[in-house]
Design a protein around this ligand. Structure first.
Ligand SMILES: [Fe+2]
Length: 170
């Protein structure tokens, strides 16, 4: 029967896939949101944050004698599908991206909360502390998006009324 540590390792791998997906998703977005410099800067910043978080997860796995060489892709694939539904190629993609990113951050928050509980249960308090750092970063990003989303939506609508395209030229 799998023990707490086995679960912890499996979930750390899932989270690593999740962070890789976050980077990929944000990188796809940055080219398309250039008319929203504040969102663009935050997305770029969060790419760096997500890369560091992935690195942290690798270190946690290494400290448990595991590696990220055979990470699961299930979670990543699920999110990939969700993103194709998120309207990133629509004219209103800045709004859709904002909504999607806000939801994604909460997906990450939920994952880190579960991971921290699993790490504590397995007696891996150092790993729990490391993951808490990532959790705090996701909460910061989620609350940033929460504050900006209404304003971004208004800016989009204003520009649409004025006939300005919502994004950089394709
Ligand atoms: Fe993240």
């Amino acid at each position: 029967m799998p023990n707490a540590k086995d679960n912890l390792i499996a979930w750390l791998r899932d989270a690593h896939a999740m962070e890789s997906q976050a980077v990929e998703m944000l990188e796809r977005q940055v080219d398309r949101i250039k008319n929203y410099p504040e969102m663009l800067a935050k997305a770029q910043e969060h790419i760096d944050v997500s890369n560091r978080q992935a690195e942290r997860l690798s270190q946690c796995l290494q400290s448990l004698g595991s590696s990220t060489s055979s990470i699961k892709t299930g979670v990543g694939m699920l999110i990939g599908n969700a993103q194709s539904l998120s309207g990133v190629f629509a004219d209103d993609e800045i709004v859709k991206a904002g909504i999607f990113n806000y939801a994604f951050e909460h997906f990450e928050i939920a994952n880190y909360r579960a991971l921290i509980a699993a790490a504590n249960r397995a007696g891996e308090t150092e790993i729990a502390r490391t993951l808490q750092q990532s959790l705090d970063e996701e909460i910061e990003m989620a609350s940033w998006l929460e504050q900006r989303l209404p304003q971004v939506t208004e800016t989009f609508l204003t520009r649409q009324e004025a006939g300005t395209t919502a994004e950089a030229k394709r």
